[in-house]
Design a protein around this ligand. Structure first.
Ligand code: BGC
Ligand code: BGC
Length: 632
């Protein structure tokens, strides 16, 4: 009896001792513990200041190791074009992210910060990264496996620079091409957008099953993703950026919401609130859609991030009542705020609101729980720092080949030969003399569009690696074929010169966000003039580089063959591959091509539908060889 008692006492003592020892090691630091246990443990140890810091995302320009440590900052981002220095290498990026991270790790609890960046068509802020076609072109491919592979390649390139978080994919359903972000949208058709949520599987990894709202990031070659911009960003009135989306429930839940449901099933880690409003209610202040619907009904368990100064824009003018903005957005369900500059004001404001019991501690705890959940799930506590081991992934040959393939699959052939004439495409490689012409034939920046190196994109060929369409044509034709390049040929050029045919490459100049909003959707000068001149006395194929359908009807009769190439990115070789028939045209319009802007908005299924080319249109040519099939 007494011996039993002794052993019992001993056992109790041992258990007690074990639990103390474990306490000293901290449950939250133990990767073998379940994520939810680690969160609970860590949250229980955090001060209000540490919690508010987790909810704060600042721009890299004000993120020193010291600031990270003093304010317990939870996240840092690069805004569009924000890089550690001009022509920064992958190593420079790794060093920068690590320096900031070391500041975060030096805090009392050592919670790693999460660094985010817009990798929306490849790792587009980084020199020498592979630039993939913008989403509208990928929508034309209708190939969800291709899109998943692009996600995989993008994750590798982002990780090569030490970054674990991408603000992608944009799953907007653009319903009006006058919207300046239409190219970030895969399609006007929500089923195409839904199909392309395979990009999440590429970025984060293929989840083991329906994640039911839990974030899933499969290890250190993957990144946390961000479905954006929740919700209805592509449905604003007249396509005005950040404006109001007027919808009934069937449009909201039937058109704009479905890709979020898919994202949540695939384990999306974060969701970004939209600047826009739904029926007059700003999304950053929309408790019904952020909390009641997204979190409670759909069961999203990752974190909601604001857009850049998104909470400021709740008021008009922006930032005119920041305390109100903080209160309204946090209470609506925004968990992490992309401040990105006035972080002291944000932190003080949020601390004050909690101390005055305006924002309950339960809301703060929910936000921090979600942020920590993503950080634990992706293994950030175990691998907070990167090394140089993956720097060669950036712009690798393999990724460029994938991008080139994506270009081939994204091209949509809209016309091939004038009525009664034989088809012009595919073009012969062996011929006398051909003209390559147009503002976009020898301009890598134009070919890539907005969100490339700079927020608004760039012009010319001297800022990153890639192949222009002009070079691609030269690479493709027989060595005896003479290629003449005239950006803007004289009136009588074609007449005076014996040309076999002309390739004319014109289109939109790069833009992003509101700057891209357009009421007229015309091809800027001298594009239309170049079409007239180059197509006047010779057979011509016009390749349009644009983020969306543009005005073409007035020129259509003059053009022999017409190709929509969207914003193909760095691998212009893909365009020549198809023009000269090494591959066939297979792309299908992801958008309705209007005749005149007066018809807008006009989408497939509308009662009055009279397009120049309908949604889904795309002529085909016979391939001489075929792209590899993508299998699961
Ligand atoms: C935009 C951000 C962008 C930043 C670049 C802001 O106005 O909203 O998307 O990253 O400018 O400076
Ligand atoms: C854009 C977002 C982007 C963010 C960060 C905002 O202006 O709307 O799409 O992720 O800036 O650059």
């Amino acid at each position: 009896m007494s011996r039993m008692l002794v052993s019992l006492v001993l056992l109790v003592f041992l258990c007690f001792h074990a639990s103390i020892t474990q306490g000293e090691q901290a449950i939250y630091k133990d990767p073998k513990q379940p994520v939810e246990e680690r969160i609970k443990d860590l949250l229980g140890k955090m001060t209000l200041e540490e919690k508010v810091g987790q909810m704060t995302q600042i721009e890299r320009t004000n993120a020193s190791a010291d600031v990270m440590k003093t304010y317990f900052i939870g996240s840092v981002l690069s805004g569009g074009g924000s890089s550690p220095k001009v022509n920064a290498t992958a190593k420079d990026w790794v060093d920068m992210v690590n320096d900031i991270q070391k500041g975060a790790l030096s805090t009392r609890l050592g919670i790693p910060m999460i660094y985010g960046i817009d990798a929306v068509h490849g790792h587009n802020n980084v020199v020498n990264a592979t630039i993939f076609p913008h989403n509208v072109g990928l929508g034309a491919s209708r190939d969800k496996y291709l899109v998943r592979e692009i996600g995989t390649a993008t994750a590798f390139e982002v990780r090569a620079t030490g970054i674990p978080y991408a603000f992608a994919p944009c799953i907007a359903v653009c319903r009006d091409p006058r919207w300046g972000r239409c190219y970030e949208s895969y399609s006007e058709d929500h089923t195409v957008v839904q199909m392309m949520t395979t990009s999440i599987e590429g970025l984060q990894g293929v989840p083991p099953g329906d994640m039911k709202g839990m974030p899933f990031v499969n290890g250190p070659t993957k990144v946390a993703g961000c479905s954006k911009h929740y919700v209805g960003d592509g449905g604003t009135v007249n396509g005005i950026n950040e404006n109001n989306t007027i919808v009934d429930d069937s449009a909201l839940y039937g058109i704009h919401m479905p890709a979020y449901v898919d994202s949540i099933a695939k384990g999306i880690s974060t969701i970004m609130a939209s600047y826009s409003s739904i029926n007059g209610v700003k999304m950053h202040a929309n408790k019904q859609l952020l909390t009641d619907h997204l979190k409670d009904k759909l069961g999203f368990k990752g974190f909601v991030i604001s857009d850049w100064q998104g909470i400021d824009r709740i008021t008009d003018p922006p930032h005119s009542n920041y305390t109100f903005s903080i209160e309204t957005s946090v209470m609506a369900g925004v968990d992490m705020i992309m401040v990105p500059y006035e972080y002291k004001e944000f932190i003080n404001g949020l601390l004050g609101l909690v101390k005055k019991n305006v924002i309950p501690m339960s809301r703060i705890d929910d936000a921090v729980t979600r942020i920590l959940r993503v950080k634990f799930a992706m293994g950030l506590f175990e691998n907070p720092l990167d090394d140089y081991s993956r720097v060669n992934e950036l712009g690798s040959k393999k990724h460029r080949e994938l991008a080139r393939q994506a270009v081939r699959k994204s091209l949509v052939l809209l016309k091939n030969g004038k009525p009664g004439n034989p088809p012009l495409l595919p073009l012969p490689k062996t011929t006398g003399k051909i003209l390559v012409s147009g503002t976009h034939a020898n301009n890598l920046g134009y070919q890539c569009g907005g969100w490339t190196i700079e927020w608004q994109g760039v012009s010319g060929n001297n800022w990153t690696a890639g192949t222009t369409i002009l070079d691609a044509v030269k690479n493709t034709v027989d060595k005896n074929t003479k290629v003449v390049y005239k950006k803007n040929p004289n009136e009588d050029y074609a007449e005076k010169t014996r040309l076999d045919f002309a390739i004319v490459v014109v289109g939109e100049v790069p833009y992003a966000e509101t700057i891209g909003d357009s009421k007229n959707l015309t091809i800027p000068d001298p594009g239309p003039q170049i079409i007239e001149t180059a197509c006047k006395d010779t057979k011509c194929v016009v390749v349009v580089i644009s983020g969306r359908p543009v005005v073409l009807e007035p020129y259509l009769d003059k053009i022999d063959a017409l190709v929509a190439a969207w914003l193909p990115g760095s691998e212009g070789q893909g365009v020549a591959d198809v023009l000269f028939g090494d591959w066939g045209f297979t792309g299908k319009l992801p958008r309705t091509w209007f005749k005149s802007v007066d018809q807008l908005p006009m989408n497939q299924g509308d009662p009055k539908y009279d397009p120049l080319f309908p949604f889904g249109f795309g002529l085909e040519t016979q391939p001489k060889s075929q792209d590899d099939k993508h299998d699961l």
